[in-house]
Design a protein around this ligand. Structure first.
Ligand SMILES: N[C@@H](CCC(=O)N[C@@H](CS)C(=O)NCC(=O)O)C(=O)O
Length: 205
């Protein structure tokens, strides 16, 4: 299997998870957003985005969560929870996507990505509104983690932690005030103790 990736938000998460799982994939750096590469990537993923997992027969699976689900099944890991813990993990995946990461992604995009080609910021009110959302959801996560738990689902790290942590590695550069939420900051530290989370691209392009 081949995993196409870039260094951006979701592919970073996917590469970290694949490496954590020690999944049997080869890694291929890609720039699907480059107009010159559209014809190559549109058949692989109609969204023209990475990550993309390609199988030996040429077929593909796209979307980070689906790829991690597939790779965890491949290696038989409970990093992707099954059974009674699965709804709880799905809850955090959904919550991250719809709430914390959605608000954080606004800052990731407008502070790190969009300025590469467009210098014009959206109105300040947009930043204020998104920061209000980000703080609200970071506060909710902080309260959940205040019970002293190390990980979000059970006693070991799961994909719930990786998904909720999607924007953590970019927080400083994106100006996300995670360090003001002490329990979230501890979650950030715990994830950073995992080598492949801290540096998923070690040895890769
Ligand atoms: N919902 C998709 C989102 C994928 C996505 O947004 N990919 C972006 C990076 S975060 C992308 O391919 N951008 C072009 C690039 O990185 O070259 C997923 O979770 O995998």
């Amino acid at each position: 299997m081949k995993l196409y990736y870039s260094h951006n938000l979701n592919p970073r998460l996917c590469v970290a998870a694949a490496r954590y799982l020690e999944a049997p994939v080869t890694y291929q750096r890609a720039s699907p957003a480059d107009p010159a590469n559209r014809a190559e990537f549109e058949p692989l993923n109609p969204n023209c985005m990475v990550p993309i997992l390609q199988f030996a027969d040429g077929s593909t699976l796209w979307e980070t969560d689906a790829i991690v689900c597939r790779l965890a099944a491949e290696v038989g890991s409970d990093f992707w929870r099954i059974g009674a813990d699965q709804p709880e993990m799905i809850r955090w995946i959904s919550w991250s996507t719809m709430h914390l990461t959605r608000a954080g992604d606004f800052f990731y995009f407008h502070r790190l990505v969009r300025p590469l080609w467009d210098p014009v910021d959206p109105p300040q009110e947009d930043f204020d509104e998104q920061m209000g959302d980000f703080r609200r959801f970071a506060g909710i996560l902080d309260k959940v983690l205040a019970d002293g738990r190390e990980w979000l689902v059970g006693d070991t790290v799961s994909y719930a932690d990786f998904r909720v942590g999607t924007v953590y590695p970019f927080a400083d550069k994106a100006g996300l005030p995670l360090d003001e939420y002490s329990n979230v900051a501890r979650h950030v530290d715990r994830l950073n103790r995992i080598d492949v989370w801290r540096d998923p691209f070690a040895g890769l392009d």
